[in-house]
Design a protein around this ligand. Structure first.
Ligand code: NAP
Length: 306
C-alpha cells in the first residue's frame, strides 16, 4: 500500500512527488516511459521559469526528475487503464500491474490535438509532424509550414527558422495568441512568412508532403504552398480517457478541479495540464503539484481513525 500514487511524470507529477516525499509519504510515480517527462521534453527552450532562463525542455524535465529521485520517490513504467475504489483506498491498474494506494494525483497531462484535414493521417511521419524539436532537424534547408497561432506554433516556427530555408505560419485569425515577446521575435525573422486568416484545407503529397492547400477565411481564396513539412500546433487535448469513470470532466475532457486540485472524488486530485485551468505552463503545473499534495495531506487528516 502506497500513500500516494502519482500518474504522470511531467512538471506537475514530479513536483507532487517532491512535495509528497517532503510530507513523509510513500510515493509511486507511474509514467508511460522511463523518461516521459511531459510536454517540456519536446520543447526546445523554456524561457519563463524563474531562475532558469533559456533552459532546454529536455534538460529541465531531467532536472525535475533527478530531484524527485533524490527525494526517493519510486517510479514504475505503465499506462494507467483504470482507477477503482476499494473501500477507503484505491486500486490503480496498468496493463500489467495493479497498485494499491490511499490517494491518487492524476497528472497525466495532455497531448497534441489533431487538425482533422485530409492528408494529415496518411502523411503523418512522412512530413506531417506534431513536434518541431523532435523532427525539425530532418528539414534542414527545406520549406515548412506551421499551423496554429499559440505559444507552441510560434516557438516551433522560431525553432524551425534556424535551419529551414523558409517557414510559413498559417493561422486562422489575423492575430496570434502567443506571448508578445515571442511574437516580436517571430516577426523579426526574414525567412518566416505569415499566412493570416487562413485554414489548412488539405495536406497533399504522393509518399511525402509536397503541398498544403489553404483557404482564406475572409476572401474564400485558395492557394497551394509547396512545402516539405507541416508542423501542426493547434492546441492540446487532455489525456483523461482512463479517468472519466472516477472523476468529473468538462466538455473538452479536462478534469474539473480548482487551484486546490480537488476533484469531484475525495482522495483523487488532478494536477497540471489535465485539469480545468486558465494558464497551462510549466510553472502552473509545478504549482499544481504542490497544491495537490497539500490537498492530500488535508484529505488524510479528514479521514476518520480506523
Ligand atoms: P493554444 O494556446 O490552445 O493555441 C492553439 C492555436 O491553434 C490557437 O492559435 C488556435 O487558434 C489554433 N487552432 C486551434 N484549433 C485549430 C484548428 N482546428 N485549425 C486551425 N487552427 C486551430 O495551444 P498551444 O500553443 O499548443 O499551447 C498549449 C498550452 O501550453 C497553452 O496554454 C500555452 O500557453 C501553453 N504553452 C506555454 C508555453 C510557454 O509559456 N513558454 C510554451 C508552450 C505552450 P485561435 O487563436 O484562433 O484560437
Amino acid at each position: 500500500m502506497t500513500d500516494v500514487i502519482i500518474i504522470g511524470s511531467g512538471p506537475a507529477g514530479l513536483t507532487a512527488a517532491i512535495y509528497a516525499r517532503r510530507a513523509g509519504f510513500s510515493v509511486l510515480v507511474i509514467e508511460k516511459a522511463p523518461v516521459s517527462g511531459g510536454q517540456i521534453m519536446n520543447t526546445s527552450e523554456v524561457d519563463n521559469y524563474p531562475g532558469l532562463p533559456g533552459i532546454g525542455g529536455f534538460e529541465m524535465g531531467m532536472k525535475f526528475r533527478e530531484h524527485a529521485e533524490a527525494m526517493q520517490a519510486r517510479f514504475a513504467e505503465g499506462v494507467v487503464e483504470q482507477i477503482r475504489q476499494e473501500g477507503r483506498n484505491w486500486e490503480v491498474a496498468t496493463q500489467k500491474e495493479r497498485y494499491q494506494t490511499r490517494a491518487v494525483v492524476i497528472a497525466a497531462g495532455a497531448a497534441y490535438a489533431r487538425l482533422g484535414v485530409p492528408g494529415e493521417e496518411a502523411l503523418r511521419g512522412h512530413g506531417v509532424s506534431y513536434c518541431a524539436t523532435c523532427d525539425g532537424a530532418f528539414f534542414k534547408g527545406k520549406v515548412t509550414a506551421v499551423i496554429g497561432g499559440g505559444d507552441v506554433a510560434v516557438e516551433d516556427a522560431i525553432y524551425l527558422s534556424r535551419f529551414c530555408s523558409k517557414v510559413y505560419v498559417i493561422h486562422r485569425r489575423d492575430r496570434l495568441r502567443a506571448a508578445k515577446m515571442q511574437q516580436h521575435k517571430l516577426f523579426s525573422l526574414n525567412n518566416v512568412e505569415m499566412i493570416w486568416d487562413s485554414e489548412a484545407e488539405e495536406i497533399l503529397g504522393e509518399n511525402r508532403v509536397e503541398k498544403i492547400r489553404v483557404v482564406n477565411r475572409k476572401t474564400g481564396g485558395r492557394e497551394e504552398l509547396a512545402v516539405d513539412g507541416v508542423f501542426i500546433a493547434v492546441g492540446i487535448r487532455p489525456l483523461s480517457e482512463a479517468f472519466t469513470s472516477v472523476v468529473d470532466t468538462d466538455e473538452n475532457g479536462y478534469i474539473i478541479a480548482g487551484e486546490d486540485c480537488i476533484t469531484s472524488t475525495p482522495g483523487i486530485f488532478a494536477a497540471g495540464d489535465i485539469r480545468t485551468k486558465k494558464l497551462r505552463q510549466v510553472i502552473t503545473a509545478a504549482a499544481d503539484g504542490a497544491n495537490a499534495i497539500t490537498g492530500v495531506e488535508e484529505y488524510f487528516l479528514s479521514l476518520p481513525e480506523d
